[in-house]
Design a protein. Sequence first.
Length: 208
Amino acid sequence: MATDPSGAGGVYKNAAMIRFERAFSDPVPALRAIGAAMVAESQDAFQQQKFGEEEWEPRGTPNVMGIIADFALGRKEPLARRFERRPALMDTGRLRQSIAFRVTDNKALEVGTTLDYASALHYGGEVESEIVTQEMQESLWDWLSKSGAAHKKQLGFLLNKKQVGQPVTTTVPARTLVGVSDQTVDDIREIIGAIAQGKAYYEGNGDG
């Protein structure tokens, strides 16, 4: 705003300010564009194995939780990736695909996932495996008997009779899935600038 040149003591708006106010009279398009950018950044983190400048810790090997999941699905041996340190947090792709945004009724932006286990992966904490069954133990033993002493030493505890009917609990490190990084701030500035100039901006990847 600036002083009214007529001398009446009021203020006047120049053309740029008028365009800005018109562009953001409804904030929803901007919020949706920002939400789409944040979702894209979070999904890209799975490929980059880091969010912003925070690199994700590699997963432990062997991946006991993944091995239990494999045998729970009826597999006769674990997948090869259960013995690889990276990529962390990438298995079925469900977690990555679940990240979305929504603009609430009170014009607030929320970015995240509804998966119940995502919080522990984001903040770090305890997670539980599938329930260990006797059938699972039998399949595991058949595989271990052919796979060598190293795997028996690492996974033999799963064959304990006391483990039947129980999950395995482990603690996972924090790995940021969503948030505000330097890239997020740059994206927001670019989006606001583009919309203020009347340019259309992509608003996909949301759920409402």
